[in-house]
Structure formats: C-alpha cells, structure tokens
Ligand binder design. Structure first.
Ligand code: AKG
Ligand code: FE2
Length: 433
C-alpha cells in the first residue's frame, strides 16, 4: 500500500483551520494523528488528511465520531471510501458534479480508490475485478508477449525529437483497416508503421468491454448530466469499439505525461474504455480551465490548474471508463511511481488497453487538409473563456522534425450527435454519415 503514496508531499496550507498547523510537514501531521488514532493505519490517515485540507484538528474531530477501519485483507489498493471521512456538500446530489464542494485544492493531489468517489469527483467511472480472473490473466500474458516488440512513440517537442516514456502497440479489426491506418491516418503529422490485427484475447473480451461501457454511459447520463440527457455532440448511438491502443509501462519510472486524447478520429465527446492489467499504477486527472477565466472556486491561475490533481488507483483487472466530458475538459497522465508492487504474472510491467471508437464520419478522406496536404488535426480551444470548448481544425506537420506547421485554421462544426458538418465546397460531402 505504501508504495502508492508519496509521504513527503506537502499538504495544502490554505484553508487549514489552525494557522499554526501550516508549517507542519505531512509526516509530523501523520505522526500526531497516528498517536491519537493508533488503530487506523497511516495511508488511510493520509487520505483523510488530504480530504480535510491538511487540518489535523478537523481530521481528529471526524475520526472521533466513529470510523470503520481500513480492511487489511482486501485486494491490493483497497481503501475505505472517502465518503466515510470527508464532510462534503451535496453528497447525494449527483445531478451536477460542479455543485459539489471541491476537496482537491490547487497544488495538492487527492487519492481515490473507491468507485463511488471516482464517479463523484472525476469524469471517469471504475469497475474493479472486471473480467473473470482467467480472462484478465490470459489477456495479460498475451499482451506481455506482444509488448516485447512494442516501440516508443517519437514526437517533436519544440525543436527536439523525444520518445514516449513507455512503449505501445495499435490494434484494429481487419487487414483492410490495417492498410487504411498505414496509408490514410496521421498521428502527430506522421503515419503509423506498426499497426496490428486484433489478437484473440483482445477480440474475446471486446463484447464484455462494450456492454460494460455502454451501461456506464447510460448510468452517467442518468445521474450526472443536465436533465439526464446526453451531452451536446455526444453520440446517441451505442459505443462500439473498433480500435485498441495498448501501452506497456516497464517499471516504476515509465509513465505518460499530461495530455488529453486526440479527438481527430474519435470526434467530440468521445468515450474510452481503459483496461488495466499487471502492476497497479496511479492515473491522474486534472481539470482544465481557461487561462484568462476564473475557475469554479474563482481561483484560476496562469497554468489553468485551479483545482489540484486527483489520483485514481488502477489495480490489475480494473476497467476505467473515461466519459464524454473527459477529453475536452480534463487532462490525464500516468505518473512515475516511487516504487511498485511486482505483479505475480507481469513482474514490474503494467499493460493498459484503451478501446476506442473511430467514427466513420471522421475518416481522413473526409476531413480538411491543410496547405501541407495533410489531413488536419481536430483540437478544442481551451485558452480563452470566449472560445473555450470550440473545436477547430489545424495543421499538425509542426509535430514533424524539421517541419513547421502551415497557417491552416478552420473552426469545426458538428451536429448535435458529433458528426461533422461541412459547409465549404472543398469536395467533402455536405454531411458525412
Ligand atoms: O495507461 C493508461 O492508463 C492511460 C494511457 C493513455 O492515457 C493513453 O494511451 O492515451
Ligand atoms: Fe490518454
């Protein structure tokens, strides 16, 4: 358990009810709490401390009111819910997550383990022990074998070519699709060379993933979206994955930096089903706010990071659903770990499979081409309040070493279901199917 916690991290000082607590380090606070509550283990105390903005007095008061103890016999990563500890506003009001009192403050990380907490505080839902164990292990073994030939993705960062801090593979359903991926699709301005046919285990679990993700989407709409209706631009059709990206993180230092997933082929309000296998790691999410606008608590700053990070614990055989509000409004990452708990099958490795739905209406033969004659990338505006959330097409050859992006820019239009509307006469259909 301790392997997932960074004990040296600082807790928030703002909002502490006793100013004298401000200069205490986390370790000192934990030591105080430990001596007051010897029956509660340190990592649970740490989570409660974070949930209460680092206030020892507040935590102690809450704990005295009688708290269920952390179960030591649970699976790796099990923790009692924050619900037992954090006194939050609007806990039962799930219709609008924005109304809830935020307990993740700027500069801090809130650690979540319980699926109810994840659904409440993030744009994700998580299902633990998702597949029958033999299916999860079968897929893990298959992907560990596949990952021996995975490569790092290289991309241009300013003028340098850098390699992703993990390796990956990309799987589609047919040889025809492999050919299309290699000839028509572009990622960061370049074509993929390593595209693979879906494997027997990836294929076998696809219907289970599909059914679960659709169920989670329905539940999300019913409980979290205004008037219990799908979001504008979200597809009304059932989610049917037709591609899978597989990542392999070999050891605690392998990671993926802060990003949101490219919407070019998934379209607006995309939903992604993400299965974790092997070593448990931390998935971090943070909300993006316009740099010139105030956040929900009026605390926007120049980085747009007004609410702090939330860390979701991803154990072996857990399915994380990234919902329709995620890619546009949040960023995510897999942070490097201080230490990991080796997995009996995977050793130090974590395998992550993200199932995605590529929209036929966003096939690169239909989307705008820039002056470099490359199909454009679809982005969402996030810098300014006025244009926040608007989609646009732009050149992505600036991602290629030795090339600069051309000046192509076009606002993107979508119908209510997220399929593109083409108004200009550029040879594209007036409305793609
Ligand atoms: O490994 C994960 O859980 C996330 C991977 C990811 O964000 C991606 O492939 O885009
Ligand atoms: Fe991602």
């Amino acid at each position: 358990m301790d392997t997932f916690l960074t004990k040296k991290r600082k807790l928030p000082t703002e909002g502490a009810s006793h100013p004298e607590e401000d200069n205490e380090t986390t370790d000192v606070k934990l030591a105080i709490l430990s001596s007051l509550h010897p029956d509660i283990d340190q990592s649970t105390l740490l989570d409660v401390l974070i949930a209460h903005d680092g206030s020892v007095a507040e935590v102690s008061a809450v704990l005295k009111s009688g708290i269920p103890q952390r179960k030591s016999s649970g699976p790796s990563g099990y923790q009692s819910s924050l619900r037992h500890f954090a006194q939050k506003g609007g806990e039962h009001d799930v219709s609008s997550p924005s109304k809830k009192k935020l307990i993740s403050k700027k500069g801090t990380t809130m650690y979540l383990y319980d699926p109810v907490d994840v659904a409440e505080h993030t744009p994700c839902t998580i299902i633990h022990n998702f597949l029958p164990p033999e299916d999860a292990n079968g897929l893990l073994r298959e992907m560990l074998e596949e990952s021996k030939t995975f490569e790092k993705i290289t991309f241009k960062l300013f003028e340098n070519v850098v390699a992703s801090p993990h390796t990956s593979g990309f799987y589609v359903e047919s040889y025809e699709e492999i050919r299309a991926q290699k000839t028509a699709y572009h990622y960061n301005g370049a074509r993929l060379t390593d595209v693979r046919r879906i494997t027997p285990h990836l294929q076998k679990i696809k219907p289970t993933i599909q059914a679960a993700v659709n169920k989670e989407i329905e539940a999300r709409i019913a409980t979290h979206y205004p008037n219990a209706r799908k979001l504008k631009y979200q597809s009304p059709k059932p989610w049917v994955p037709n591609a899978a990206f597989v990542n392999c993180y070999d050891g605690p230092k392998e990671s993926v930096g802060w990003h949101s997933d490219q919407l070019t082929y998934l379209g607006p309000r995309a939903v992604i089903g993400s299965l974790s296998l092997g070593v448990a790691r931390e998935f971090r999410v943070r909300r993006i706010l316009p740099k010139d606008g105030a956040g929900s608590d009026g605390a926007a700053d120049s980085t747009g990071d007004a609410e702090g990070q939330i860390s979701i614990h991803l154990p072996h055989n857990s399915l994380l659903v990234m919902h329709a509000e995620m890619q546009e409004e949040w960023k995510h990452s897999i942070s490097a770990a201080q230490a990991i708990e080796p997995h009996p099958i995977a050793g130090n490795k974590r395998i992550n499979v993200t199932y995605r739905h590529y929209r036929s209406s966003l096939h690169p033969s239909l989307t705008p081409r820039c002056k470099c004659e490359i199909p454009c990338v679809l982005r969402v505006a996030r810098r300014k309040r006025d244009s926040f959330g608007k989609y646009f097409w732009m050149c992505h050859s600036g991602n290629l070493p030795g090339k600069d992006a051309c000046s192509f820019f076009e606002w993107a239009e979508f119908d209510d279901d997220g399929d593109p509307i083409w108004r200009k006469k550029t040879g594209r259909p007036s409305k793609a199917s």
